[in-house]
Design a protein around this ligand. Structure first.
Ligand SMILES: Nc1ncnc2c1ncn2[C@@H]1O[C@H](COP(=O)(O)OP(=O)(O)O)[C@@H](O)[C@H]1O
Ligand SMILES: [Mg+2]
Length: 453
């Protein structure tokens, strides 16, 4: 925690009067070098994390870009630009800004598409800010957080029924590219019973941003959402800020007592943006090219989601994580699994079979499900998973006709119910299945006696 001068003085009482620190003059500096993405300034007195404006005004053209202090070495200060540095020349002025920046907030954000600094990307003009809030969100004492006890209806049958999500839970959506992450997020945006939905599109290709908003989210989805987009060609610091901004928006609405759904696509691109920055300012890579600061940033971001203090709102969050094939070694996927309360794995095999949503229910887990559903529901979900896993174990035998009926009663039952199991898991794009329906249909799977039984 950073203390300002007054609270510092209060802490140490009268003694502070005696040693009263002289105000540090904020000194502007000059740009010395630029290596890769990093700007190096001299003569600048600004703390790590503070914002500066780099101003190039040589009489011919004036260019300005915002930059953030990332580190220092001796009298040199390293900065990362938030935008394009085209037109910035040696000797440019580096002027510290006196606050850490405030971000616009308000109900008028709903239905809007913004960049990482809160500027409109959708051509609908500036939005009317009701509040300007500091970038840093409020910290919540972990002991005061409301525990997760309520289920959240996300409108997806297999999730509602077998991998129930709790209000305030943070989940990872693990998958390779092109297996349906964005489509699934889009369905949840349209179907979830949350009051406010915040979507962060971080580090995706620009084309995908447009496609997500126009086709996957659609008008209906966009109406209840705020979208913050920072595509792959934004400066890495802008991508980081966008991830923090959408988290901040979610916090803002949570603190107004709302139940918020936060969808971030993707956490991997957020980690990669941090990697670009850390490597650029000289941090040594540790795990597979990722410097240690990346693994410090992930929990910091993710911990901000979750329930608020008792009686307040909640942020239920889904973060997509790129993980190719069976690569369990990917350090980001590994680290994300550790900080999240569950992970849903999308399987390429299922997607290739046209089985959508391609959620691999065997490999997926919702760690809070036992806390938010009834005992009977949990038992049926476990039963379902056991049968499904029997099916996939004997899949090869069955497909070549080598499985002999009667060999194993559980497998027999699984085969008899196969059609029901599959149709339970599959769901059309525009089909919204409520929690009650998911629950009832799960009971139905087991209700009728299996043929021949
Ligand atoms: N639920 C679904 N129903 C039908 N097709 C789907 C579904 N989910 C994904 N797809 C197909 O898979 C493609 C890739 O999905 P997408 O969500 O963009 O993948 P990702 O975001 O994981 O890269 C889509 O363009 C679509 O053709
Ligand atoms: Mg996608």
């Amino acid at each position: 925690m950073r203390l300002d001068r007054t609270s510092f003085a209060k802490r140490i009482g009268a003694y502070a009067e005696a040693i009263a620190l002289p105000a540090q003059p904020v000194a502007e500096g000059r740009l010395l070098r630029m290596v890769g993405l990093t700007l190096e300034a001299e003569g600048l007195r600004a703390a790590v994390g503070s914002r500066c404006r780099v101003i190039n005004d040589d009489g011919y053209h004036a260019v300005e870009v915002e930059a953030e202090v990332m580190g220092f070495s001796g009298s040199k200060v390293f900065l990362m630009p938030v935008g394009s540095v085209a037109g910035i020349a040696p000797g440019a002025r580096v002027v510290p800004l006196d606050d850490n920046g405030r971000l616009p907030m308000g109900m008028s954000m709903l239905g809007r598409v913004l960049d990482g600094a809160g500027r409109a990307l959708d051509g609908k003009g500036g939005m009317k800010a009701e509040d300007w809030v500091p970038m840093e969100g409020p910290t919540i004492n972990p002991l005061n957080r409301e525990p997760i006890s309520q289920p959240l209806d996300v409108g997806i049958r297999s999730i509602n029924g077998l991998l129930t999500v709790g209000r305030g839970q943070r989940l990872g959506l693990f998958a390779g590219t092109g297996v349906g992450k964005s489509v699934l997020l889009g369905m949840m945006t349209r179907f979830t019973e949350a009051e406010i939905i915040v979507v962060g599109l971080i580090g995706e290709r620009g084309r995908e941003v447009k496609e997500f908003i126009e086709h996957i989210l659609g008008e209906e989805g966009l109406k209840r959402s705020v979208v913050v987009a920072s595509p792959a060609d934004d400066a890495p610091l802008m991508r980081l800020r966008a991830a923090m901004y959408c988290t901040r928006i979610a916090e803002y609405f949570r603190d107004k007592g709302k139940n918020v759904l936060l969808l971030m696509d993707s956490l991997t691109r957020f980690a990669q943006a941090q990697r670009e920055i850390a490597l650029a300012i000289g941090e040594p890579p540790a795990t597979r090219g990722y410097p240690p600061s990346v693994f410090a940033k992930l929990p910091k971001l993710v911990e901000r989601a979750g329930n608020g203090e008792a009686g307040g709102g909640s942020i239920t969050a889904f973060y997509t994580v790129l993980s190719e094939g069976d690569d369990q070694q990917d350090p980001i996927a590994d680290s994300a699994r550790g900080v999240l309360d569950g992970h849903f794995v999308l399987s390429r095999r299922l997607a290739e079979e046209g089985h959508y949503p391609a959620i691999d229910i065997e490999a997926s887990i919702s760690r809070v499900m036992p806390q938010v559903v009834e005992h009977q529901h949990l038992r049926e979900a476990q039963k379902f998973k056991q049968l499904w896993s029997r099916l996939s174990q004997s899949r090869d035998l069955i497909s070549v006709g080598a499985y002999v009926a009667g060999g194993d009663p559980e497998t027999d039952l699984a085969i008899a119910l196969q059609g029901k199991l599959v149709s339970y898991l599959r769901q059309a794009l525009d089909e919204n299945v409520s929690m009650a329906q998911s629950r009832a249909q799960l009971a139905e799977v087991f209700a009728a006696p299996a043929p021949g039984a």
